[in-house]
Write a protein of this length. Sequence first.
Length: 152
Amino acid sequence: MTEARIDSPPPMAPGALVLGWAGVLPFLAMALAGFLPEWRAQALSAFLAYSVAILSFLGGVRWGRALAAGAGAWQYARAVVPSLWAWVAWCLLPPEPALVALAAGFVLAGAWDARGDALPAPTAFRRLRLGLGLAVVACHALALAARVVGPG
């Protein structure tokens, strides 16, 4: 019989893993579709819209963590930054700089959710966030490549 250690962190729920990684698929699909001439414009539009939605979602995750921890105002302020950052990138920047700005937003949100974060989170959450964040930033680079080296 195996005994569970009291101090061992809880594993990540399988549904969170599956749905988290499934959330990367639209990024990948639209980034790849950007290399097809007939899909280029629509793929970029869909990619940017999805990126804004997901970056805003990450702010909501931070808000929930701050609420659960009884955090101070600074953590709530940090929670709204991703949504504002995403809105500015989408509405005020041309497509290529918007892709770069949104990727930077994911890096910033990931840094805030990293190990040194003052808000409590299971180790499995931090590992999942790191993996998903790296995949999403890589998809932004791929989408940018489709714009720069893709068809006309």
